[in-house]
Design a protein around this ligand. Sequence first.
Ligand SMILES: Cc1cc2nc3c(=O)[nH]c(=O)nc-3n(C[C@H](O)[C@H](O)[C@H](O)COP(=O)(O)OP(=O)(O)OC[C@H]3O[C@@H](n4cnc5c(N)ncnc54)[C@H](O)[C@@H]3O)c2cc1C
Length: 401
Amino acid sequence: MISFELTDSQLEVQRMARELTAKRIIPNIAEQDRAQEYNPQLIKDMAKADLLGFCLPEKYGGLGMDYISLGLASEELEYGDTSARVVLSVHIGLYCLPVCTWGNEAQKEKYLVPCAKGEKLATFGLTEPAAGSDAIGIQTTAVKKGDKYILNGEKMWISLADVADYFIVFAWHDLDKKKARDHSGLSAFIVEREFAGVTTSTIHGKLGVRAGNTGSIAFTDVEVPAENLVGNEGEGFKIAMFCLDQGRYTVAAGSTGLIKACRDACVKYSHERETFGTPIANHQLVKQMIANMEAGYEFSRLLWLKAGWKKNLGEPNTRETSMAKWIACREAEKAAAEAVQVHGAYGFSDEYPVERFYRNSKGASIYEGTREVHTLMQADYVLGLRKDKPLRVHLPIVEQG
Ligand SMILES: Cc1cc2nc3c(=O)[nH]c(=O)nc-3n(C[C@H](O)[C@H](O)[C@H](O)COP(=O)(O)OP(=O)(O)OC[C@H]3O[C@@H](n4cnc5c(N)ncnc54)[C@H](O)[C@@H]3O)c2cc1C
């Protein structure tokens, strides 16, 4: 049965995330963004509010909440700033949920429980200097030597690269050409920052998400214990795509929160600002922009809720998640551009938050599958050119309650 009512525990997560956003993000974010400063205190605040593991099973240190709660928290955090939602995307979406699904019991005990409890921070490393959309173009290698894999390569554009404790990374364990074509030479590994040969750095001068850390990770003869292989050898591509199904979901919900932030800023400003003897809220072309934001918000929200509902049931949702991510990011870019427009010259300065929204909105059409990648996926589904095969594992099924 479909219900649009949020349950008590979903409302509670929404309230916690909203409170953290109001008290800990919004008051300082303009300054941090201007200074391009990552705020380590935010992670501590998120951990204290149980926001780093709430939708993981209680057995592994989480609160056992559902995936709609994850979407709600993403919406609320990105209402404050994209950099805060990115923490949920990489830590929970791209790392914890995949390790919970594909990892073995020993890996979950060692590498999931501390993350779910907010004691450790984790991220996801797929992209490299020469390969983003074309994931099988990556060049990082993992050569098996006894009971270890020796990792060499470089990951780039990795969120939280310079601050995370654990990374789920993807590398070729087998360079056979046939295995490259069918992806079966790719594997996934958990790597610790503390392993010898791991070095990281921060990328400066980004267009948006300036209060977030984004960087590179280099692996030089890193000895990764064989027990850190996630899933089986050759399952790396499937695991990477599974990670993206969860990360993209948080991006979709987060972008929906960004649309709402644009809408609310415009509603406030259009009642205050007067031209031609009346608040600009009374001009029909301004109303048009605000109505567009409202429509974008509503349908983006419905799309991520649909994907979350399927996740709760343990049903395949790659198609729905891709649609939600594609549309929410597109609508967020439009809403942010129109929010600057509604603010006129003031929207062109950092006196108002909409210029930050505008810069932040761009990234989401690039990461976790570019706009073009999702467009092609959706076309291929309807053309019958793409069918997702069932995976051997699926997200833990949760009670929606
Ligand atoms: C702020 C930020 C944070 C990020 N965080 C992470 C992270 O935590 N972990 C991680 O692994 N990566 C991360 N990324 C990297 C991101 O996932 C990649 O940038 C993305 O996958 C696109 O890859 P690319 O930049 O190499 O672009 P390319 O793949 O080189 O694409 C360039 C252009 O060509 C288009 N294009 C490519 N192929 C096709 C095609 N077949 N048909 C049509 N058009 C095509 C693309 O849509 C794009 O417009 C992050 C990026 C940013 C900006």
